[in-house]
Write a protein that binds this ligand. Sequence first.
Ligand code: S3P
Length: 433
Amino acid sequence: MDQLIITPGPLRGRTTVPADKSITHRALLFGAIADGVSRVRNALRSGDTLATLDVARKLGVEVRETDAGEWLVHGRGLHGLQEPEEVLDCRNSGTTARLVAGLLAGQDFFSVLAGNPQLRKRPMGRITEPLRRMGAQIVGRDEGRLLPLAIIGSPLRGIEYELPVASAQVKSAILLAGLYALGLTVVIEPGPARDHTERMLASMGAPILRKGHYISSEQPPSEIAPLDITIPGDFSSAAFLLAAGAILPGSDIHILGVGVNPTRRGLLDALIAMGADVTLTNWRESGGEPVGDLHIRPTALKAITLQGDQIVTMIDELPVFAVIATQARGETVVRDAGELRVKETDRIATTVAELRKLGADIEERPDGFVVHGPTRLKGALVWSHGDHRLAMALTIAGLAADGTTVVEDIACAADSFPGFVETLRGLGANLDA
Ligand code: S3P
């Protein structure tokens, strides 16, 4: 099994991080149904986004890479996708499966979505239920609650749907189906799930309107315009460097060109509340998204409680937040985070189990965890469970721990952060792969 051997130490220097995963998925899929050629600069080439690229190609979409590294997505228009000859393999990517299901529900052809063993365990009823209400014909394992799903494209009608959980993937699936539905589609969200879909579709001329927790999509448009976009760095990847900068003595890290959309940067707000020495400068806009440069240095941190709307704005960052919490003084509580149990792994169980091996004082709760700190972590043999975010969180914990830490099954980091090990080495980390 592939493993990473970590010797503790600080990270220092300036770096960028790979492009945003959520935005890259959307640029490919929305570009696929645009009227014309979309130019996508700085797209993320990771395990998950390459799954979406493959799916787009199987739907007849030509995507070419220029010498300058841009992706040219030859949109086929709203009604130009082709029936795929093969099963559409979403590999380990929940975003691919859920967004593509929404996109395919209203096509006039048949398609099948599949995924790897980890993805086949994740809940799909949350999309098949509202899509069926819109008129979609979807069959799948466990009555359509699990992949593989077979979709018989059908005429759709708009619905008003209150999301049971704040999920950008579910919201996006419904809004994509809404592009093909007669009448008004309304999604009501219980919390501020990432809004890249609304921003991007609106920038392409789709009739998407936002009012507080209500997002509506009017009568189907006849076409949407192509994109011309430079994708910012992924805040969720920068999060691992922010964690390192906050807790590793002697660190000093500048991370340049990071997306700081308010629906994504909950970890930044949490770090500020803990007393971290972090600044956001050079605020600008790129592709309809706010972008900035981050600078972080270690300082004494105090424990906080995270709950309610804060959770969704940092849902993917909670494993590495747990690592930060081990170095904060007092009792850190994370609640209302039951969604963690249906990510790539049950991230409450896996994060708690692995951090305990490093000596963390962390306890599992049904909807989160409680950490007492600060604790001197001790190097140990830990396992990512094949979950990219856990692999990277454990690497940061290893850099903070006394002695040597070995993270088993590290290659999955490339699902979202290709070059993770090289980026850390560029900042001075002593890592042996
Ligand atoms: C994503 C939405 C989130 C997030 C995932 C990416 C997206 O999932 O955890 O990594 O790109 O829409 P949920 O929508 O299931 O919360």
